[in-house]
Write a protein of this length. Sequence first.
Length: 649
Amino acid sequence: MLIPLCLPAARAASLYWDGSDTTVDADGGAGIWIKGTEPPTNWDTSATGGSDAPWTSGSQAVFGGAGAAVTISGTVSATYVGFAAPGYSLGGGTLAMTGAPVIDTADYDVTIGSVVVGNPTITKTGTGTLTFDGANMFGGLFTVAAGTVKAGKPDAFGFKQNGVIVSPGGTVDLNGQSLGSEPFTVAGLGVDGRGAIINNGGGNHLVLESVTLAAPASFGGTTRWGIGASGVFRSFPMANYPLTKVGPNDFHLVNVNVSNPANIDVKEGSFWVELQTRLGGSDANVLTIRSGAMLGLYNNYYSDTPWTAAFEANTTWYVRYTTSRWYGPVTLDGATIFGTEDAGVQMSNNGVISGSGSITKAGPGTWTLNALNTYSGGTTVNAGRLEVASSLGTGPLTVAPGATLVGAATNVGPAIIHGTIDPGLSGQASYFATGPMTLTGTYACQLGPDSCDILQVAGDLNLTGATLVLNKTYTSSSLSSYTIATYTGNRSGQFATVTGLPAAYTVKYDTAAKEIRLGRTSFPSWIAGFTSLGDSGPDGDPDGDGVPNLVEYVLSGNPGTKDLAILPIQMLDQSKLVFRYKRNDSAQFDTSQIVQWTTDMVNWNDIPVKTSSYSEVQVIDNGDAPDDIIVPIPRVAGGMFVRLKVTAL
């Protein structure tokens, strides 16, 4: 049997940098690195006690002694470049890496500004930081086995198709450079746990386009960076490994398809999901936002993100630019701010929000909650608009001045409304149910033709200083009463200001029934509004103008002041006599009106006036203003007499 003989690979000789010194020791210092025999004093054969030697291509370069700037002249090749002292930098010329090349910084910070070329895989070792400050053109992989590599140029890692491998214990500092399509394969938490990929240079949210996890990993830095591209999709295979976001900076996923995900843990800074980024997976995948950190969405409307978003106390969910959605469930462990950047932002949650935490809506935009939420810490609307389609959960509710709460929802807890509450979501009359309510702000109540918004208060209702704004969405209504609020405890105060009250309606506070209603004005309530009348009966005429009170009511007159201008008018044309008058809206419901005409003052012909047009009678509905009633009567020979007969129903 033949057993193969395993021999160690041949190792190139090491040469030690001696700068321009001629002593027997390699003292380092500034100098020119050049291949060949000139000058022969740059290198020594040993760190101490060696002899001067010229550079031999493919040797191992060791830089010790006194660190300084070393200038490469032309092209030099090496299999190993190591630094045994601080303060070194390489600049100028071209450094060709051959064999199985290694750049070892030990625990020192080194800058290589020379152009690095070569096709083998280059490995960075040592715990120090290597800054690539040249437009490199090497064609192989670059592996960060230890320490940090800082990009000084967009081509720091050579040709874009090469790829960069970040091993556990290694870190790449993007340093504000956009590395584009350079593929990165990443593992580990990085140097001192600060991130396997970081950005400590200029802020740029589109830095990398291709990143794959090869093990649990972390991203970090002090300035923003991200994965993705504008206008095109990029992929981020997580390979079922978790990702941790560290550092105070912002991290962005822009138009990225995240595949085979595990969990994401945002310990510091912010994590942004932007544009058409899709987080694959299910609600079993958890995006955790730790205390002090933030989740950001930027126009993430097209995403159907099913993930669970878990917020610790003292966290923020922030949305910028137009429309975003989150479909998965949400858990709140403490106070969380739901913030929107400007008035044009529309954000919606479709998943259930649960947990012991609270929501504070901040910013001028709109945030919509669509699920049967169960969180128990309460809700505060400090600014903008919070829309609720089902439930706010439990706990106290506060709406600050200038803020608005909209929607058909239930709040299990007390409510203090200094801003606006509007139950009518999407233009539909609806309800808002809550515990005891103090309303010093505005109740925006929508009135439909056969329904209205309603506040359902379980407990006391305090209206002191409140404003009622009524929004009528109908042309005409047959309802004699709208119930706009109910309560089970005691009511204190009334609406200090009422706007938009339809004509012929008044606000009625029914303490016995514990209701607030809008009721149509009837003759008794209308006449009661005029004090000091000598005779307030239907047939009375206290102003002596010959118009009984009931007719004054129909014609929207004033029973205490003579005003013959309210009386019907008559006009003639060749074929008709047109009888016309203005009718109080309320009078159509509690009076009978008949236009009568005759030629002999004995036999009268009746033309009933109804609530709407029919046959020859025209009723023009003027909204909240009195209706126009127009009755054309065919002309007959001889004289004609016409009158309006009014009877209380």
